[in-house]
Ligand binder design. Structure first.
Ligand code: IPE
Ligand code: IPE
Ligand code: MG
Length: 211
């Protein structure tokens, strides 16, 4: 298979709640710290060769959480979209939000539209945030993204939790015990370093034998 020039990294940003609980803080504090980790990672991603970054922020199954936590998350998403748009545009980031919008608060839908409009000219990084996203629903609707090259999941669990099921068909999987709010440049670099050391065969033969 031809080497592609794009590098699509997807991240299941898990562990915000446990990060906070371990510090005796409310889960909301973990989500706020998680939002800071998003800022960090987005800023360094293009320098790591990443051309597309898809972040799992809220799954369609996360609606089953307590209403207070859900509304905290929705407010946090809207606030960050509003405060980050100018900087994202300045960094050449094109932001889009994937997933259902019909169940989101109206204020968030408005903030999403404004952020997408304000960053539409970005050409350095395709940043997608998955909100009310379900991989199964996306497949049923034919709403598919480019193939994922590297899938990272923080927080210790080793599962996809309905994220990019189709797109991860040949993704390299990288798991870390580290909680998402503690994830930073060094961990992203470690994941990418390991990615480059793996032999992606796509069903063919190992590179060294494929004469
Ligand atoms: C990930 O962290 C963020 C969302 C799913 C919204 P969690 O909130 O799942 O944190 P843990 O897994 O309970 O620690
Ligand atoms: C996956 O994390 C969804 C996001 C990170 C947004 P969850 O915390 O919802 O996943 P499970 O429940 O551990 O599978
Ligand atoms: Mg979790």
């Amino acid at each position: 298979m031809k080497q592609s020039t794009s590098f699509h990294v997807a991240i299941v940003m898990d562990g915000n709640g446990r990060w906070a609980t371990r510090r005796g803080l409310p889960r909301a504090a973990g989500h706020r710290a998680g939002a800071e980790a998003v800022r960090r990672v987005v800023r360094i991603a293009p320098g790591c060769g990443i051309t597309a970054l898809t972040l799992y922020a809220f799954s369609s199954d996360n609606w089953t959480r307590p209403a207070a936590e859900v509304s905290t998350l929705m407010r946090l998403f809207a606030r960050h979209l509003r405060t980050e748009t100018a900087e994202l545009a300045a960094q050449g980031v094109k932001l889009t939000v994937i997933g259902r919008r019909d169940r989101l608060p109206h204020s968030l839908v408005t903030a999403i539209a404004a952020a997408e409009h304000g960053t539409a000219g970005g050409t350095r990084l395709d940043l997608r945030i998955a909100v009310d996203y379900s991989g199964r629903a996306a497949i049923r609707a034919g709403d598919l993204l480019p193939d994922v090259d590297l899938l990272i999941r923080t927080g210790g669990e080793q599962r996809l939790s309905d994220f990019l099921l189709w797109e991860c068909a040949y993704a390299e999987l990288w798991f870390t015990e580290r909680m998402w709010p503690d994830f930073g440049a060094a961990h992203l670099a470690a994941a990418i370093h390991e990615f480059h050391s793996r032999d992606r065969r796509f069903g063919g033969l190992p590179t060294r034998e494929a004469v």
